[in-house]
Design a protein around this ligand. Structure first.
Ligand code: IMP
Length: 436
């Protein structure tokens, strides 16, 4: 079974742990969008590892990892991660493939990202300043430089031509400074020898692998509400984090995706600008942030925290065709007396059950809460559903009802073992397939 695992909220749902946990059931893990704006925290032999670009599946010997055509690649960020893995003794040779069609993030993309944010003054998106947006802009404007283009480094070849055109476009956008194109070309020539052994036609590789029955996990970055089309535009990232992005971002047919698992926290967080209807500004928000250690894995920024928003997750169920949820960080709610869950939005006189398409309208919405009782007994580290306090089970059950899909996994701590896999669930069946 090929499974797509993606974020059902605003990113940072804890996908890293879930992907890491499920990897033993798969031969290949393939990342389909985003870039090194993502940050997946995993623990390898007791050491904390934060991976931004390389799928965390790389930590499992024998698993092949793919960086698909839908990803934007900063070669220097990639090399930093490879160095980090080498220092940990993780052998990557032959197990990491980068699509020849993936677009490159060039040094001045980062600069353009920062400048664009400065221009937004009053309404910043709060980007990660990694050059993600400008790299995708060049891709869509059809002047982007792809990994495979680096194969011909000649001064009169298509790469040199594209670099000249790109730098001219950048100089047009940024008044007062003129970037020279030669250093950019030289930098790209310099990265090719190390990048070249990783480069492959990953769409064709996946096609053959799937035809031979090798199981693939498609790994999304960011989250549904940060998707360029379906998120809270313009406060979004520049790629399709939703399930459809797996098909276009890897060059596979949609029927190659057999099931979709959405990862959602037991509450809500968001980093950066844009509406967050259930946001808590007071002591409880602070408590969620501290208990949940809600600080960006890539940028260290404090995350905005709020109650679980069933409207948002129900929306994620719809636009991704989710089969099940993995609910993470349940233990962060331990000891809270009451747990409000947003079941709808009040917007003026209208009562909405669905996510409005208009972000300005969403910003004016007030959540309508249903309040569930909290629990006093700790859930941290619990590994079976039956061991959860009654109120925690009732909380999960209500989230399942409100979102319309079952919770296949409940995570009760950062460790791999702090996990409940529900009997008979999608994930339980994966294990059965792998064991057979
Ligand atoms: P960009 O992807 O750097 O352009 O940032 C666009 C928006 O997406 C900002 O609000 C970021 O905070 C958010 N964002 C990007 N990557 C992540 C992530 O991995 N987790 C959570 N938010 C993210």
């Amino acid at each position: 079974m090929n499974l797509c695992v993606l974020g059902a909220q605003w990113g940072d749902e804890g996908k890293g742990k879930i992907v890491d946990l499920l990897t033993p059931h798969f031969a290949i893990v393939a990342r389909y969008q985003g870039g090194h704006n993502a940050g997946h925290t995993v623990y390898a032999g007791g050491t904390k590892v934060v991976l931004h670009l390389i799928p965390s599946g790389i930590l499992h010997p024998g698993v092949t990892c793919i960086i698909g055509n839908g990803v934007v690649v900063d070669p220097h960020a990639l090399f930093t991660e490879l160095d980090q893995l080498a220092a940990l003794g993780v052998a990557v040779d032959g197990r990491l493939l980068v699509s020849d069609k993936a677009h490159l993030i060039l040094p001045y993309h980062r600069e353009l990202d920062v400048l664009a944010e400065a221009r937004r003054a009053e309404r910043p998106i709060g980007t990660t300043s990694r050059g993600i947006g400008p790299a995708y802009e060049d891709k869509i404007a059809r002047r982007g430089i792809r990994v495979g283009d680096l194969a011909d480094p000649s001064s009169d070849g298509p790469l040199a031509h594209a670099v000249r055109e790109n730098v001219a476009a950048r100089n047009h956008l940024v008044g007062g400074t003129a970037l020279q194109w030669e250093p950019v070309l030289n930098d790209l020539r310099g990265v090719w020898p190390r990048l070249q052994p990783l480069v492959a036609d990953t769409s064709s590789y996946l096609y053959d692998a799937i035809a031979h029955g090798r199981a693939v996990m498609f790994e999304g970055a960011q989250g549904t509400l940060l998707d360029i089309d379906h998120g809270t535009y313009p406060f979004v990232t520049s790629s399709n984090a939703t399930a459809g992005g797996a098909a276009t971002g890897l060059g596979i047919g949609p029927r190659a995706i057999h099931a979709v698992l959405g990862v959602a926290k037991a509450y809500t967080t968001r980093v950066g600008g844009g509406p967050l209807p259930t946001e808590l500004s007071g002591a409880i928000g602070e408590r969620l942030r501290e208990t949940g250690q809600e600080y960006g894995a890539s940028t260290g920024r404090p995350r905005r925290c709020g109650w679980f928003d069933a409207v948002a997750v129900r929306y994620a169920v719809r636009v991704n065709g989710l089969d099940a949820l993995a609910i993470t960080k349940l233990d962060v709610l331990d000891g809270l007396e009451e747990l409000p869950v947003a079941i709808g939005y009040r917007c003026g006189t209208a009562l909405l059950e669905d996510m409005p398409g208009d972000t300005l309208q969403l910003a004016r919405c007030e959540p309508v809460y249903e309040t569930l009782p909290g629990w006093t007994q700790p859930t941290a580290g619990v590994t079976t559903y039956a061991q959860l306090p009654r109120e925690a089970r009732a909380y999960i059950k209500r989230l399942e009802e409100l979102c319309g899909v079952p919770a296949a996994i409940i995570s009760t701590g950062s460790d791999r073992t702090h996990t409940i896999v529900r009997d008979g669930s999608l994930v339980d069946r994966l294990g059965a397939v792998a064991r057979a």
